[in-house]
Ligand binder design. Structure first.
Ligand SMILES: O=C(O)CCC(=O)C(=O)O
Ligand SMILES: [Fe+2]
Length: 345
């Protein structure tokens, strides 16, 4: 039973958020404390990171599915057999970042991306300035609290403990400039249709477009048109399991943006689409946390078994990186489970 008294305005806001997640699976959020300029800064850092030579980035590639941290080259990760996702990305972790470019490579980058996690920690890790990226971790905690207030009569503080040692994953994405005909070919995407596999995802996109969602899993994808100064939040697999399908994991993909004939004519030489930048913040609970479905009174047993969050995450990461369909098997699986490396905060 809820252990705290929730004020009406807070409850009303939580209800709106919950209804949007329940009915659509994803939302746009505005006025959430991160300005459009701060989001621009995020993409400016991304651009600096990806503009470096491929040899430098490959030295920092992801080498373990337990600590999926570092660089992933074009084509090295795909969650769909037979699909090619034309993107490169950089994953940053809250705790272990051995594959982060050193200051001599990219001065200031580590401090910037580290900052996604540091707000709100009551330890020496806490920093006094508050910038956009620190607010991401705070934002995800607020969103989860709002959902807990409404969902299945949960304790509003339900997520406080699993988020304390949580290791959400920050992912900077760069979709290289690409010919239109490549993306029009069967099985080619900027990112193939998939569901995220944490609790939920906070996503920032630039103005290029191409993100689409299929919340009903019916194959009918709708464009998520970029709106400056907003972020998009979508439900992911663990929240679907936890809520016993009351919240549905949102299927999504990135492909050709919707374009008028005029826009197609002005694409430039050889029909190249401009590059696209986005940043995802995948909200995962602490690896030791068990995610078990919450049943409403009288509900029949769930189709979902309880899962350990760390094993779940590692299992999906392994599938995405080492599927037989991928030629670039970069994972050596030599890492130790993350929770055994995390020092007590
Ligand atoms: O780039 C985007 O807009 C979506 C990225 C995404 O879905 C992912 O990385 O899981
Ligand atoms: Fe995704």
């Amino acid at each position: 039973m809820p252990s705290a008294i929730i004020e009406e305005p807070q409850k009303e806001c939580a209800q709106k958020l919950y209804d949007a997640f329940h009915n659509f699976g994803w939302i746009y959020l505005k006025d959430f404390g991160i300005s459009a300029e701060e989001i621009d800064e995020m993409f400016a850092w991304s651009k600096k990171y990806f503009d470096r030579p491929i040899e430098a980035k490959m030295k920092e590639k992801v080498v373990s599915t337990f600590i999926a941290q570092g660089y992933t080259a074009d084509g090295a990760e795909s969650s769909l057999k037979g699909a090619v996702s034309h993107k490169e990305c950089y994953e940053h972790s809250r705790f272990v970042n051995n594959n982060c470019p050193p200051p001599r490579e990219l001065d200031g980058f580590k401090e910037f991306v580290d900052g996604f996690y540091t707000a709100g920690l009551s330890t020496p890790l806490r920093v006094t300035q508050t910038n956009a990226n620190q607010k991401c971790f705070e934002l995800c905690k607020h969103v989860l609290k709002a959902l807990a207030i409404i969902e299945g009569n949960m304790d509003p503080e339900y997520f406080a403990e699993p988020m304390k040692n949580a290791n959400p994953q920050l992912r900077l994405l760069h979709y290289m400039g690409i010919q239109r005909k490549t993306l029009e070919a069967e099985g080619h995407w900027r990112i193939n249709p998939h569901c995220d596999y944490g609790l939920c995802t906070i996503l920032f996109q630039d103005a290029v477009g191409g993100l689409e969602v299929d919340p009903d899993h019916s194959g009918k994808f709708l464009p998520v048109t970029p709106v400056r100064g907003t972020c998009v939040i979508n439900v992911a697999d663990l929240l679907q399991r936890l809520s016993n399908n009351r919240l549905k994991s949102t299927r999504h993909r990135v492909t050709l943006p919707q374009m008028t004939e005029e826009q197609k004519r002005t694409l430039g030489p050889d029909d190249y689409l401009p590059p696209r930048y986005s940043t995802a913040f995948f909200v995962h609970p602490a690896p030791s946390h068990t995610v078990a479905p919450i049943l409403l009174p009288g509900e029949p047993p769930s189709e979902y078994e309880p899962v350990n969050a760390g094993e779940w995450r590692e299992g999906v990461t392994r599938r995405n990186y080492t599927g037989a369909h991928l030629t670039n098997k970069i994972i050596k699986d030599e890492g130790k489970p993350l929770h055994s490396q995390v020092k007590a905060l």
